[in-house]
Design a protein around this ligand. Structure first.
Ligand code: SF4
Length: 213
């Protein structure tokens, strides 16, 4: 069969490409999690809790991972049985329970921070390509958030500490008010542990300033 003269739309072909990348990333996740005796959802919960020194509730975990409450409950129960997380009732409200990483959970995360095939492919891009791709990924995630396809992610673009283009320095134009330091486009975070979600009007203003440059 001949290759058609007119390819499908560029949007369709980008979607096809992302689909192939997602397959490899999922396979990497399975390999990494399997080596630690857990599954990718459990691994993602551990990674989420690693950025939550004050713990996180089950609902928060389910929303962040975009999984159902029963899936989050089952996954957390499995992690508790393995001694990787523990739950603690909150002072003053014993019905409110938060989950935390155990020492064993922290150790496991350190051991499984491996380099998968998708990481190798990304590493082979040049510096400019990596930076462009990072910004494209941020834009795609932002749109998916606006469409309610995923919850607000812990990205700089939605963080109350983010001041885009606060500096004249072309290499480090942005400012993080959490650590009070300038940083560059290449350092924009997708999943920052120190992220605090800004209120919707501030998020919109920050995003406009980020896009304007
Ligand atoms: S705290 Fe993290 S997400 Fe927020 S601006 Fe600083 S680096 Fe970005």
């Amino acid at each position: 069969m001949e290759t058609p003269k007119n390819p499908t739309s560029i949007e369709h072909r980008i979607r096809e490409g992302l689909d192939r990348l997602a397959v490899v990333i999922r396979a990497d996740d399975w390999t990494r999690a399997k080596s630690a005796g857990i599954n990718p959802t459990q691994q993602a919960i551990l990674e989420f809790l690693a950025g939550k020194p004050d713990g996180a509730g089950l609902t928060e975990i389910a929303v962040y991972l975009a999984v159902s409450q029963p899936t989050a409950t089952d996954s957390v129960a499995a992690l508790e049985r393995k001694g990787l997380v523990y739950r603690r009732a909150q002072e003053g409200d014993r019905r409110s329970v938060k989950l935390f990483l155990t020492e064993l959970g922290i150790d496991l995360l350190d051991r499984t921070a491996s380099f998968g095939k998708a990481d190798i492919a990304i590493d082979r891009l040049d510096d400019g390509e990596k930076q462009e791709l990072l910004l494209t990924v941020v834009k795609l995630i932002k749109t998916l958030q606006d469409l309610d396809a995923i919850p607000v992610q812990r990205m700089c673009a939605s963080c109350r500490y983010f001041s885009p283009f606060a500096h004249q320095d072309g290499a480090k134009p942005h400012h993080c008010n959490f650590v009070d330091a300038a940083f560059g486009q290449r350092d924009i975070r997708i999943d920052c542990r120190d992220h605090v979600t800004a209120d919707p009007p501030s998020r919109a203003a920050t995003w406009d300033a980020f896009l304007r440059g």
